[in-house]
Design a protein around this ligand. Structure first.
Ligand SMILES: *Cc1c(COP(=O)(O)O)cnc(C)c1O
Length: 406
């Protein structure tokens, strides 16, 4: 079937909640092919999901092996893949425990419920402060937590208990705290909002503020975590130049996207001090932590650790950022600025980014839109020099041909 034929069929039976036209049929590394056989360089990584690229042989093998062993057994039982994964994630993060689920919004939902429970047990508080431009998933609570109007339109009234303040503004958080506040939730790097990094001062200040007012500090690391910035957590990368007496840690962290390298899995890390809040019967999900998804995540971590993809993410991120900075400097009337860390980079345009994304796609390069006329680069963590260089060349050609703002 060609792209045209599949599009026609898809439009007759799939909900039109996504804007899309092309049908993808297979991938390999940082390349992906559509139904017409056209090749693309995938620098969107399935929205920061395909951390090992497409069809990584070891991930294929791990999935096949686990599928032939045990796919699912329910949360009435432990399984060795989930226990191993939990142990590793705790080791990578800090003293605490893991809850497994299937997506980002579920990992965030666990943060919301943890915060509510904490608030209930500490004087009946329930308000979570989040930031403008944030994104926290598409459930009713998620869109209420999200600091962007566009996801809420038509779905009111919002879930009560969320207030929004400007990002990277410590004073705004301090001013928003009331007797009802129980938690503060931010992304280490705002993704959907347009690739904005939290500053070191903001992270340090929030920790202090939350301790002072007995609030939970929650990090949504769904897009920015899992080594995308070169460190397991973006907050570690952001704080690496600070001389801290002890490691900076929030009270809970949500993870998903690249955790399973493309297999759906979400996770919430909760600091040891607060693990009792979600005791037996308090929360759960049928598929959460199933052996197949956890085997995928264990394999992704094995490959990242063995091949030092953290180092590659940092190195390729620096190469990409410097190449993009040159393109931006050569086209100041088209490109406003470049932002981001590691392999989570955004190019903000003066003009609407929609047609730029479409022109890149036409030229065989996948980039993803984000807020504020920004295009995101979220390639696989194992992206190589050749793929990245070719992608940058295509991007540069597209930018050259764009009409200027004036
Ligand atoms: C993608 C994303 C989510 C939602 O994850 P889903 O798996 O789509 O539910 C939440 N927060 C952030 C920061 C994200 O990037």
């Amino acid at each position: 079937m060609t792209n045209q034929e599949s599009l026609k069929k898809a439009q007759s039976c799939l909900l039109g909640n996504y804007r899309r036209e092309i049908t993808m049929v297979r991938g390999s590394g940082s390349e992906i092919w559509d139904a017409d056989g056209k090749r693309y360089l995938d620098m969107g990584g399935g929205v920061a999901v395909n951390s090992l690229g497409h069809a990584h042989p070891e991930l294929v093998h791990a999935l096949a092996t686990q599928a032939a062993t045990l796919v699912h057994c329910s949360n009435y039982f432990h399984n060795p893949q989930a226990t191993r994964l939990a142990e590793r994630l705790v080791q990578l993060t800090g003293p605490g425990r893991m809850f497994f689920c299937n997506s980002g919004l579920e990992a965030d939902e666990a943060l919301f419920k943890l915060a509510r429970k904490f608030g209930h047990e500490t004087g009946g508080r329930h308000v979570i402060i989040t930031t403008l431009g944030s994104f926290h998933g598409r459930s009713l609570a998620g869109i209420s937590a999200t600091g962007q109007e566009k996801v809420k339109v038509g779905f009111g009234p919002p879930t009560p208990g969320f207030v929004h303040v400007p990002f990277n503004d410590l004073q705004a958080v301090a001013d928003a705290i009331t007797a009802e506040t129980c938690a503060v939730l931010i992304e280490g790097i705002q993704g959907e909002g347009g690739i904005y990094c939290a500053t070191a001062e903001y992270l340090l200040g929030l920790r202090e503020l939350c301790d002072k007012h007995q609030l939970l500090l929650l990090i949504d690391a769904i897009q920015c975590g899992m080594y995308r910035t070169g460190c397991f957590q973006s907050t570690t990368r952001i704080l690496e130049e600070q001389e801290l007496a002890e490691p900076w840690l929030p009270d809970a962290i949500s993870m998903a996207k690249s955790l399973g390298g493309g297999v759906p899995i979400g996770a919430t890390w909760i600091a040891e001090k607060y693990t009792e809040l979600l005791g037996p019967g308090s929360h759960g999900t049928t598929f959460g932590g199933n052996p197949l998804a956890c085997a995928a995540a264990n394999c992704v971590l094995d490959v990242i650790e063995r091949d030092r993809l953290d180092v590659n993410a940092r190195r390729q991120g620096e190469r990409l950022a410097s190449r993009l900075a040159v393109i931006a400097a050569n086209h100041p009337r088209k490109i406003k600025e470049c932002r981001g860390l590691g392999l989570m980079l955004g190019v903000a345009f003066h003009i609407d980014a929609g047609p730029v994304q479409a022109a890149c796609l036409q030229a065989g390069l996948i980039l993803l839109p984000a807020g504020g006329n920004t295009l995101r680069w979220l390639p696989a963590l194992n992206v190589d020099d050749d793929s990245l260089d070719e992608a940058v060349e295509i991007f540069e050609e597209v930018v050259k041909l764009l009409p200027s703002e004036n």
